[in-house]
Design a protein around this ligand. Structure first.
Ligand SMILES: Nc1ncnc2c1ncn2[C@@H]1O[C@H](COP(=O)(O)OP(=O)(O)OP(=O)(O)O)[C@@H](O)[C@H]1O
Ligand SMILES: [Mg+2]
Length: 502
């Protein structure tokens, strides 16, 4: 195995020599055919057809050797005079010399254009790899998918056999987050390694820049053991820096003897920048969602407090005042009917204020939601809706308070909108668990044309739902009613739903 690897360049060189000999023989055959009709020196130039392919395939050195072979063969076959191998005339020697120089120039040009073509192909490959990854980043595709794509692109671009992306952890270890391989043998993923022995990750952390490791022979540590087991000869790694901090490393490894090309680090760097952007985006997205969740939670908490204050404070005071008025009313002598009537009106007024207050408190925060769960709360909303509602509740589970509150406010706002804007004859509300999500659908057969940017209700729903990691979609074509579809995380709690009603 090692022998074969060692002899790969020799085998390639041998193939080049054989090709060169075969081409020179073929051109000599053609010259022999043409020689009777044309002066042989003018046919010397035909050997360029042997020199050029060799220059393109094997480089300028083998092309120079081909020119020499050509000249020798030509001299022996076509310039021999009377059984001697000497070149008879100075004119012939000059022609051979000119051919050699011309062949050298042509060979160099051919080899250069070959190198330019190879570089152009590599650049095209790099550009399309970068474009593919940039598209994923721009589409805010989940980070693991970006990690996987980048690791693959880096592996392909460097001509590596294996590649892996690793993330530095706070405990001083490194986690393998994505791996790629040109063959079946894979580097480990979702695994943690300490940075004790030799590894690209250790050296990148020490230096903060790209590193090359030429051999893992005799090295200690989990990563070095793995490298030896997979037959890795050398590795190269580049840091991934996010917001000025070292986040991780991407390493490419080869099982061949030949080292990675000199500019490999620069090629990898273009990809690590994209990874850093994807990570920074994802982190910003997570932070944004957390802050949205905090805003929604603070608003909910404030509503809950106001509802409790109204219920325990003002409402209770008014109820006891109404009772006191009743008592006073009962104690008024029968010959003072006007005072009794006045007190009666006062008592009724107080009772109405209590009812109004209770209604307001319900709107501020639905206490039925915490007591009876989503089913009870949605039934209450359906009963109170100005437009008839067909309700279908396919779950009796209890969910976390933010999830229940989100589902409740979606239905509440949607039904309010139906009454306010839709001119609908009916609405449907469907709730159930499907594909690992709590799914909610509110549909009406009204005018359609709902446009979140025109108000604050639908935008508020989007904030609330997305802050929980859920999704919300509005479909509202004019004349075809409105559908709101929401998917929320299945954040179940063990508490069973009560069949309470308001
Ligand atoms: N079910 C519906 N049918 C038709 N139009 C709707 C429907 N729901 C919303 N709309 C339209 O979309 C707009 C935005 O709705 P949104 O709930 O965000 O705001 P709003 O109801 O006008 O005000 P608020 O901030 O009080 O909710 C509404 O102004 C209305 O024109
Ligand atoms: Mg609204």
């Amino acid at each position: 195995m090692a022998w074969t690897r060692l002899n790969l360049p020799i085998a390639r060189w041998l193939r080049g020599v054989l090709t060169s000999v075969a081409l020179v023989a073929a051109v000599s055959g053609v010259i022999a055919l043409l020689e009777p009709a044309l002066p042989p020196l003018s046919l010397l130039v035909l050997y360029l057809f042997a020199v050029m392919p060799v220059a393109v395939g094997w480089g300028a050195r083998l092309a120079a050797l081909t020119s020499l072979i050509s000249v020798c063969v030509f001299a022996v076959l076509f310039l021999r005079t009377a059984g001697s191998f000497r070149i008879a005339e100075a004119r012939d020697a000059v022609a051979l010399g000119v051919f050699l120089v011309t062949a050298a120039v042509v060979a160099e040009l051919a080899a250069r254009s070959r190198r330019a073509a190879v570089e152009a192909e590599r650049l095209t490959m790099e550009q399309s790899g970068l474009r593919r990854v940039a598209t994923l980043v721009a589409e805010s595709v989940e980070s693991p998918a970006v990690f996987k794509a980048v690791t693959r692109e880096v592996g392909l671009l460097c001509g590596a056999d294996l590649a892996r992306m690793e993330r530095y952890e706070v405990d001083g270890t490194v986690s393998a987050v994505a791996a790629w391989s040109s063959g079946p043998a894979q580097l480990a993923v979702d695994t943690r390694f300490d940075l004790e022995g030799l590894s690209v990750a250790r050296d990148v952390r020490r230096t903060g820049g790209p590193v090359r490791l030429d051999s893992f022979a005799g090295a200690t540590g989990g990563i070095a053991d793995e490298a030896r087991a997979l037959g890795i000869r050398s590795s190269i790694g580049c840091p991934i820096v996010v917001d000025g901090k070292l986040w991780g490393v991407i390493a490419a490894s080869t099982k061949r003897d030949a080292p990675f090309a000199a500019n490999t680090e620069a090629q990898i760097a273009a990809f690590t920048e994209l990874v850093a952007t994807a990570i920074a985006n994802a982190e910003a997205h997570t932070k944004l969602n957390r802050s949205r969740a905090r805003i929604v939670a603070t608003a909910d908490e404030t509503r809950r407090r106001i509802e409790r204050d109204l219920h325990d404070g003002a409402q209770q005071r008014l109820v006891s005042l109404a009772l006191e008025v009743r008592l006073i009313q009962d104690g008024v002598p029968g010959h003072l009917p006007m005072i009794r009537d006045d007190l009666e009106r006062l008592s009724e007024g107080l009772t109405e204020v209590v009812d109004e207050l209770r209604e307001m408190a319900r709107g501020i925060h639905p206490s039925i939601l915490s007591r009876g769960g989503l089913g009870a709360a949605l039934r209450m909303l359906a009963r109170r809706s100005a437009v008839p509602v067909e309700l279908s509740i396919g779950t009796a589970s209890r969910y976390s308070p933010p999830v229940e509150a989100a589902a409740y406010y979606v239905v509440s706002e949607a039904l309010t909108n139906v009454a306010k804007h839709a001119d609908a004859s009916q609405a449907e509300v469907t709730l159930g668990e499907h594909d690992g999500r709590l799914r909610l659908r509110v549909r009406d057969d009204g005018l359609g044309g709902a446009e979140p940017r025109r108000g604050s209700g639908l935008i508020g729903l989007r904030d609330r739902v997305e802050a929980l990691g859920g999704s919300i979609d509005f479909v509202s074509h004019i004349g075809y009613g409105t559908v709101i579809e929401v998917a929320l995380p299945l954040d179940r709690t063990d508490q069973p739903a009560a069949n309470g009603s308001p």
